[in-house]
Design a protein around this ligand. Structure first.
Ligand code: HSE
Length: 469
């Protein structure tokens, strides 16, 4: 029997396109090691296509790692007449994704269609059908993850979601497994490539916001609805997931304080640089005194920090862990093959654990499900950090004294003030204040009072400053 298996395997080695590999490469024996795991793919867009290409191109390496070949046997695509030129000869194509999740041959469903509702229904159906799930859908996990993980646990299947955060950067695995011996104190990430691209182009080339956004859309970085990027929603989805695995708290997207890029002007980028800072759109989670901060907003960070030099569409996440100290994870946060890299790694993980006891798998959210603790989330008013405040003030004696008087009365210590020259023919000047650490509530009150002064014109800009130490 064994020799016939060897013969079969040697023959199969000649046909790697089927995902088989020689038993001589495997430490396992028996039928399992010879049968490729069959995958059902929902969506053949940028990431779906990338996943297919990576699985084909690296089939042998992947099988040597996973212990079995991994092949896509069934895929759904909205319009089968518009399938990208991938050469999908061995793949059954359906226009109805339900056919894939109900296909008895499929062991693992890879969900790459995005969005909330259809994806939720399909993933839930796959779980109920006893199939493992791999997804890169951050919105789905951030909003429905608690429910989906419970269902997966009840059905003894896994949901893997590395591609949901920062594309190809293995940040979920790093936090969940690599840092498992640490208490994580905080993390701060550039997790939206579109925002980072816009800020980089504004700073380096002086380009206008809308012009850069249009280019990000053309290049395919932006979400289908780009307000998800520029309003910070995409980053908030990703932060929800990161905070949960970092601190062992439930996924709670609705508790993330979320601010988009809208408040940042090209002038702010220039003034920040004059003060020694770079503006980045950061997703920040911090645990202090048994409370958790979850916030997404444009942030001034010292230009000497490594993360300050992460430019263009690249992503990076800085994690501060008690034993390890600071670490930085950098790489492409979007794109077909970079995200496929995470999806395929998840597939390898799933295949490796197909035969393990469900109770002994790495928990979805890093902590055992009964150890997930619902810690209080701080409101933005309770956050303590430094602030950059920009006012447009009438250029007359005493204005600076009035402004600093309000700050003093509220116990806000000023670290730096810049007053710029008035523009040609203008009677107002930009005033830029940098504060020491203070509660946000005090700064909000100062801004409220500034807005009531007749020497302050128009809106007041407030940006948070983080030293990242
Ligand atoms: N729109 C996202 C970004 C894509 O710009 O980073 C990856 O989630």
């Amino acid at each position: 029997m064994q020799s016939s298996l060897y013969c079969q395997a040697e023959a199969l080695l000649l046909r790697p396109e089927f995902g088989y590999y020689s038993i001589a490469h495997s430490r396992r024996s028996g039928e399992d090691s010879l049968n490729p795991v069959k995958i059902g793919l929902l969506g053949l867009g940028t990431v779906g296509g990338g996943t297919y290409r990576v699985l084909i191109r690296n089939a042998e390496e992947i099988a040597r790692r996973a212990g079995r070949g991994i092949i896509i046997s069934h895929a759904s695509v909205r319009n089968p007449d518009r399938v990208p030129g991938l050469g999908l000869e061995d793949v059954r194509l359906s226009d109805d994704p339900r056919e894939v999740v109900n296909d008895p041959e499929v062991s693992v469903v890879v969900e790459l269609i995005g969005g909330y509702d259809d994806a939720f229904e399909l993933v839930m159906r796959a779980i109920e059908n006893g199939k493992h799930v791999v997804t890169a859908n951050k919105a789905l996990i951030a909003l429905h993850g608690n429910e989906l993980f419970k269902a997966a646990q009840d059905n003894g299947v896994m949901i893997a979601f590395e591609g949901a955060v920062a594309g190809g950067i293995p940040i979920i695995k790093s936090i969940r497994e690599g840092l498992a011996g640490n208490k994580i104190e905080w993390l701060a990430g550039i997790v939206n490539g579109t925002c980072n691209f816009i800020l980089t182009e504004m700073r380096e080339k002086g380009r206008e916001f809308n012009d850069v956004l249009a280019e990000a859309q053309q290049l395919g970085y932006a979400e289908a609805d780009p307000s998800f990027d520029i309003d910070g929603i995409d980053a908030a989805h990703k932060l929800t997931i990161l905070a949960s695995i970092a601190f062992g708290i439930p996924l709670q997207f609705d508790r993330v304080y979320t601010e988009g890029l809208g408040t940042v002007t090209r002038d702010d980028v220039i003034y920040a640089e004059e003060l020694g800072y770079i503006i980045k759109h950061l997703a920040i989670a911090r645990k202090t005194d048994g409370r958790v901060e979850l916030r997404v907003h444009p942030t001034l960070i010292p230009e000497r920090r490594l993360i300050a030099s992460v430019n263009g569409v690249m992503n990076a996440i800085m994690v501060w862990a008690d034993a390890l100290g600071p670490t930085l994870y950098y790489g492409p946060g979007a794109g077909g093959e970079p995200t496929a890299s995470a999806v395929v790694a998840d597939l390898v993980d799933v295949v490796r654990t197909l035969t393990t006891d469900p109770d002994n798998r790495v928990p979805h959210l890093a902590f055992k499900p009964d150890q997930i603790a619902d810690l209080p989330i701080s409101s933005i008013d309770e956050v303590e950090t430094s602030y950059y405040i920009r006012l447009q003030a009438v250029d007359r004696p005493g204005v600076m004294a009035t402004v600093s008087g309000i700050m003093g009365d509220l116990d806000i210590s000023i670290e730096a003030i810049i007053q710029k020259e008035p523009g040609e023919g203008e009677t107002t000047v930009p005033l830029i204040l940098l504060t020491r650490r203070v509660r946000e509530k005090a700064v909000s009150e100062a801004i409220r009072q500034f807005k009531h002064l007749d020497v302050i014109v128009g809106d007041v800009t407030r940006l948070r400053v983080e030293t990242l130490t």
